[in-house]
Design a protein around this ligand. Sequence first.
Ligand code: GLN
Length: 483
Amino acid sequence: MTVETAATKPLSISNIRDSIASGARSSSSFAEACFCQIDARDAQIHAYLSINRERALEQAMSMDGLAKKGEVLPVLAGVPIGIKDVLMVEGLQATAGSRILEGYRAPYTATAVKKLEAAGAIILGKLNCDEFAMGSSNENSAYGPVRNPHALDRVPGGSSGGSAAAVAAGMAVATLGTDTGGSIRQPASFCGVVGILPTYGRVSRYGLIAFASSLDRIGPFTANVRDAATVLGVIAGHDPLDATSSSQLVPDYTAEMDKGVAGLRLGVPSEYFAEGLDPKVRAAVERSIDQLRAAGAVIKPISLPHTHYAIPTYYIIATAEASANLARFDGVRYGFRAKDSDTLSAMYRRSRDGGFGPEVKRRIMLGTYALSAGYYDAYYKKAQQVRRLLAEDFLKAFAEVDAILTPTAPTPAFRLGEKADDPVSMYLADIYTVTASLAGICGLSVPCGKSREGLPIGLQILGKHFDEAMVLRVAQAVETLQQ
Ligand code: GLN
């Protein structure tokens, strides 16, 4: 569902901007529509950890002021946007879904959010997520899980579950999430929205609470492909405050997206259609591939032979980097501090023990082990070598095809609690997404159908480094062919 006008036409970003510019509707009325939806639905869904009505309405009024003066409105004028709670927005809380950051307020604003604000967006509030973005179901949030708007007994996916659910329930027109091993694409697939994983380096991470620095990326969620392209165009680009951000020019991502797929070579990797793929997901993905073929794409079977190693490789690299990044949460500098400790080291220990949840502790322990003397070569170094092989699989494939098509996740949204006691089965929910994360390439998830119970299914489209325009073009075709 999207925020709807009286005529029930779903709102797109350009509709919002045009109706504010023409005076047909005020910017404040769009923000209010989202707040109404939050009031109506979020007690059940729990996508927001904090909302920011006053600041949002102030921002909206300033957009209305510009419109009244007849000035040219910026590209996201009046667009109500929610932000995953791992990103800093000055003055607002930033918990990363963790007790250890309870009460912490951001002293500055992340570059991606600053760019949204400079483009006229209205920031509604901060969105629930798995603690430090570690998880695939949102059940690891210290503040309680998010529920899937399509079926309240199901998870929305994770870790950016709040970001996906908010768009799916019309509680924001767009949101930002982060993806380290699948946390944008998998919840987008579970909630029936579009979610982009930009190329590593495409979007500045200044102001992101780091999980695994060689993998973390920021990207948008929206209800349709064009809006996703628009938001990506705003947040992408070089940032002197992030040394890992690329200085490659940002193209107009909407310019080429309607060109269709005729003549494009699209690869379908056999490894992604093997055991463990739910038949409902397979059917929806194959139907989409058939539609693309009928629209003139050349569908080519390909192989990504090291895929099998991706999950263990990811869970070594991600946990190793997490153990280093999370060392800063010591009870001294941010958020939660255990009371009444006799010594400094007891205070550290008790703050970390009380502040971190079980999954975060598991990852710190796994990661510390993988990096420790005597084990580094066997685990971390080996994982880096396999990572190279996985990246080379993609490079070879992209010599033959323009983009790659796979399911986003092996199943539709599962039930709350279904995998909560089995970390390995939870880790397998990322089986189709971690490869692109390790390779640094771009991709997205676009809805491609529903299961018989009405649960959304996502198609993952992967592209070469910095070839977001191609991925968006294919996604636009998938979206159009379904209508
Ligand atoms: N589910 C994966 C994990 O738990 C991915 C998380 C993410 O992309 N932030 O690590």
